[in-house]
Ligand binder design. Sequence first.
Ligand code: ADP
Length: 429
Amino acid sequence: VVYVDNKIRAGLFSEAHLKLLAAFASQAAVAVENARLYTLTDEALRGRVAELQTMQAIDRELNAHLNFERVMQITAERGVRGTGAAAGWIGLMDSEANVLRVIAGAGPADAARPETYPADAPLLGSVLAQRKPARLAATLGGTARLIVPVLREGRAIGLIEVERPKANFTEEAEAFLARLADHAAIAIENARLYEAVRQANDAKSQFVSVVSHELKLPMTSIKGYTDILRQGMAGPVNDQQRQMLNTIRSNVDRMAVLVSDLSDISRIETGRLKLEIGPVSIAQALEETLVGLRPSIEGKNQSLTIDVPPDLPSVRADRSRVMQILTNLINNANKYTPAGGRLAIGATRAGGFARVSIADSGIGISPEDQAKLFSQFFRSDDPAVRDQMGWGLGLSITQRLIEIQGGEISATSESGKGSTFSFTLPISG
Ligand code: ADP
């Protein structure tokens, strides 16, 4: 109402005044309504923005963890916090046992909660079956409950329930919890996939470890007996037989390389690789490595230049692993460079690290291949690569060996011109 009066003079207001005031009142009504709407939408907007921000924070939190339990815990806690509830929990369907399994809870009521509910439990069962939220008012000072399904590809894979004494939940709280359930569903799926991949990877490492171990013994025996036969220690052998035995021997050597690569991979992946760390001289390790590699470099008439400054400090590393790294990289340079090409090995100090580079004037690596260079079993489709013996494991092992010793490896290359691989290792002391 709009009210005006005058306590001194009577008969002051005419019909015209009334009309004027009525007109003013209806104008005022529109203005008041507008203002209210304005602040209301403003408030609603603010609420929506705040919720989006919360959701964003929740997403960040959820996606930062591929750990299933953690994701569930975050969801339960965020559900309780976001709806102003006193307690809450999240449960997922265990379709084998046909029960709803409580995975994580938040709030004090948690302790009293059973571990599972039957899939057709009152209320919970109907939320699951109908895939629709349920909001229960707190009757006579009882508990208000809000339950939303967690949906995945149209199926209810679980639910989130929050509760609090006396005060009912609002529609907004329900909308928030439903949205949280949507976001959680994706994070749950991601965490499950991650877990499945991790288990598969563990199984693979286990398999590789058993197989490579089991292969070592028979190979040693094949090697030994072949050598005895080759050397004529078990009776005379003619040239053709010796040739065959040589073929057997070189094939066993190839297998031995693969088996030792596989066993390195499984040791690195399961964290069972033992390193004997100490000061290692790059110059000495290089010299020793080259003893085994010079014949193939000379066999291809490749020139080799070495530039290691005499005052280069030792690195802190495992000597035999440094030689393995050098062998892999120099061997590749030799394999993937045509006869008559150039190889250059250099080392410099770069801050707290020594940087070793192995450059070749070989076939080079295309930009697409460079992106995959360090992945397991990668080999370029280039016929010049396929001509060479290899499994595509050397570089991935080399990279892991360098990284666990605190260094880094990188490669630059130009197709047809050559490649340079450089790696760092921390300086000792
Ligand atoms: P492998 O030599 O057994 O194939 P690696 O893991 O050592 O396995 O190398 C993977 C692939 O990277 C090779 O197959 C080849 O395609 C490419 N590559 C590695 N080193 C060189 C190099 N120096 N020049 C050209 N290509 C290379």
